[in-house]
Design a protein around this ligand. Structure first.
Ligand code: ACO
Length: 335
């Protein structure tokens, strides 16, 4: 039995900054409303034709691989988490295999929205723990900007999301007191439609109907969110899944050196911070700069925290996420 350890991290965000004031010029919103409700000041959007979910993932992965010190040809497997793939199929995992020029290793796509990266990490961790693979590339990347309703109708959702990518290289760790100690995954599908994008799911409409009734105002093509319901569930599930992980490892909240919550909303992070009595240097938030980047938010935040010297050898690092599905997850890591 082995553990898996993160040996390289990287992130990439597009250069184009979109501030709350920029949004207020195209829809009825304002900086004060957005900051007060979400903490977001600005987010990044890809420039059409310049970047996709895959190209951003590849850029983040190149940095993570270089920092890991391993050669790309030593990667045994790829796991890619996203809700915004370039193509409906095939998924972006194989595109990364192609674009990085990695030999014909397996590539798996994970569709678990905001908890996608923690789910992906958990999958990779199991392959390494059993000895099946030694080095796995895990990516979370999203392009939200192309799919948002940028009119006042969509403002409750659109102002929250941004584009970006993060990546981690996981490698076999022989010392089982180090690396990923445990992961915890949950779902509650009865709330699937509370935070969802219905089309182009095959269950919604037949293709001939879509051709016959090409209606640009069809709201099933836009993300829908019951914000207050999501908020209430998020704060409960975040707390539960963090405690589950700590308890499993005979730890308590006071043992946490760094909590990286999925960057859903600053108010959710602050709620968790207060509940677990963590100091400002024990919780990392960057939603102010990037908005909510779904599956990319945790690897971007973890990379920035590591780059800032806030994640060090021996630290107890906790990753936690909640999102559409509903799904929620945590990872308990001894760095
Ligand atoms: N700008 C200005 N006004 C707005 C905007 C906007 N962008 N969006 C909505 N409003 C208006 C509404 O129309 C409404 O107006 P009314 O009172 O005249 O009808 C008013 O603001 C209040 O709307 P609510 O939806 O009730 O706003 P709320 O206080 O619930 O805040 C928010 C919305 C921020 C989404 C909140 O519900 C929330 O934090 N939810 C948590 C969900 C979340 O964080 N999701 C992130 C993505 S999912 C994930 O990652 C887990």
């Amino acid at each position: 039995m082995y553990n898996s350890k993160i040996i390289g991290l990287g992130y990439y965000v597009p250069e184009k900054v979109v501030t709350n004031d920029d949004l207020s010029k195209i829809m009825d919103t304002n900086d004060a409303w957005i900051q007060e409700r979400t903490g977001i000041k600005e987010r990044r959007y890809v420039v059409k034709g310049e970047d996709t979910t895959t190209t951003m993932g590849v850029k983040a992965a190149k940095i993570a691989i270089e920092r890991s010190g391993i050669d790309k040809d030593d990667i045994d497997f790829i796991v890619f988490a996203t809700l915004s793939p370039d193509y409906y199929f095939p998924g972006p995992g194989v595109l990364v295999q192609r674009d990085l020029g990695i030999k014909t290793v397996g590539a798996l796509d994970v569709r678990n929205q905001c908890s996608g990266f923690v789910y992906a990490l958990s999958v990779a961790d199991q392959y390494i723990k059993t000895g099946m693979y030694k080095n796995i590339l895990v990516i979370g990347s999203e392009v939200h900007s192309h799919g948002l309703d940028m009119t006042t109708r969509g403002r409750g959702v659109s102002v929250i999301f941004g584009d970006g990518a993060g990546a981690a290289v996981l490698s076999r760790e022989e010392d089982t007191s180090k690396g990923i100690l445990s992961t915890h995954l949950h779902s509650e599908g009865q709330h699937a439609e509370e935070l969802a994008l219905i089309a182009p799911g095959m269950g919604k409409r037949w293709v001939n109907d879509i051709i016959a009734d090409n209606n640009p105002n069809d709201e099933s093509y836009l993300p829908h969110m019951n914000g207050q319901f999501v908020f209430k569930n998020a704060v409960v599930r975040f707390s539960e899944v963090i405690m589950e992980g700590l308890t499993k490892n005979n730890l308590t909240p006071s043992d946490i050196d760094m909590l990286i919550p999925h960057q859903a909303n600053l108010r959710i992070s602050q709620f968790i911070q207060k509940k677990f009595r963590l100091g400002d240097n024990q919780v990392f938030n960057n939603i102010m700069k990037y908005g909510n980047t779904t599956a990319a938010s945790i690897p971007i935040a973890l990379t920035e925290a590591w780059e800032a010297g806030m994640v060090n050898d021996g630290d107890l690092v906790v990753l936690a996420a909640f999102g559409s599905g509903f799904t929620w997850a945590s990872a308990i890591i001894r760095w």
